[in-house]
Design a binder for this molecule. Structure first.
Ligand code: ADP
Ligand code: ADP
Length: 243
């Protein structure tokens, strides 16, 4: 019953190996940190987990997320679309639509994809609006619902992005350097929120971080990468106890 299984995952960009036959099992439903210096392959690994990109074609390559096949020997499996729809993705630069309101940005989560938001704005049902307001309340941003995203601070924008993934009814959340652009206080708020959602809604979270201190404070499971290879995976506890 692993949350994530990765077998022999390699990814080559321009003859350079970004991931070198990574195998990985995450059985923990808590928060998993992907740690490592810049360029070690964290984002590339996370994108493979979410089905955003395809791996190298190689015999034996397989990725499963929540039991669903996401990649198989370099081909994104047919289930990818379904799996992606259930995964919330949080980005370093928030990826919100700046000139739209906070509420509309959250409603976009109901579409599953941002591709067709132009045609669908204004066509959301009252029930969807109620759910979006609920998601905004959940992240403490309901008072900002009618404001444009461009008027918000980075930390506030990241909370809206989290509300959008709640609106998607994500079964798992992937967060790529969600706090790298934030001041320390906003960073703590965002990590506390992910922790709270993980604990109360039971949604597993996989987050790339480059700060070990945040990983030790908020994550139960650590996966450390170096030059495209996993050199440590295990409980965060094991590290803190060893200090
Ligand atoms: P991290 O997230 O740990 O900073 P990345 O996964 O972004 O690392 O990058 C790992 C390596 O792969 C780096 O050498 C990076 O330059 C390279 N890389 C990542 N994405 C691409 C891409 N789209 N094209 C070419 N090289 C890439
Ligand atoms: P991250 O903060 O995730 O490490 P980067 O700043 O390394 O991201 O990369 C930003 C974007 O550029 C990503 O889409 C990544 O895939 C791409 N990229 C990274 N390295 C390279 C590269 N050497 N050549 C082309 N694209 C790259």
């Amino acid at each position: 019953n692993n949350i994530i299984e990765v077998r022999r995952l390699s990814k080559t960009f321009d003859n350079k190996k970004a991931l070198k036959e990574i195998s990985l099992d995450i059985s923990h439903g808590g928060i998993t940190a992907l740690l490592g210096p810049s360029g070690s392959g964290k984002s590339t690994l996370l994108r493979h987990l979410s089905g955003l990109v395809c791996s190298d074609r190689q015999e034996g390559t397989e990725i499963r997320v929540l039991g669903q096949l996401v990649q198989s020997e370099g081909r994104a499996a047919s289930q990818v679309r379904g799996c992606r729809a259930r995964a919330g993705y949080i980005f370093q630069q928030f990826n919100l639509v700046n000139r739209l309101s906070v509420l509309t940005n959250v409603l976009i989560g109901a579409l599953g994809s941002t591709a067709r938001w132009r045609t669908l704005t204004g066509r959301f049902t009252p029930e969807q609006r109620r759910q979006a307001m609920q998601a905004l309340e959940r992240v403490g941003m309901a008072a900002f619902a009618e404001q444009r995203v461009s008027t918000l601070s980075g930390g506030q924008q990241q909370r809206v992005a989290i509300a959008r993934s709640l609106m998607q009814q994500a079964h798992i959340i992937f967060a790529d350097e969600p706090i790298a652009s934030l001041d320390p206080e906003s960073a703590r708020t965002v990590m506390e929120l992910l922790k709270d959602i993980n604990e109360r809604e039971g949604i597993p979270v996989v987050v790339t971080l480059h700060q070990v201190d945040y990983a030790l404070k908020y994550c139960q499971h650590l996966v450390a990468l170096r030059e495209g290879e996993v050199f440590y995976q295990g409980a965060a506890e094991a590290i803190t106890e060893g200090e």
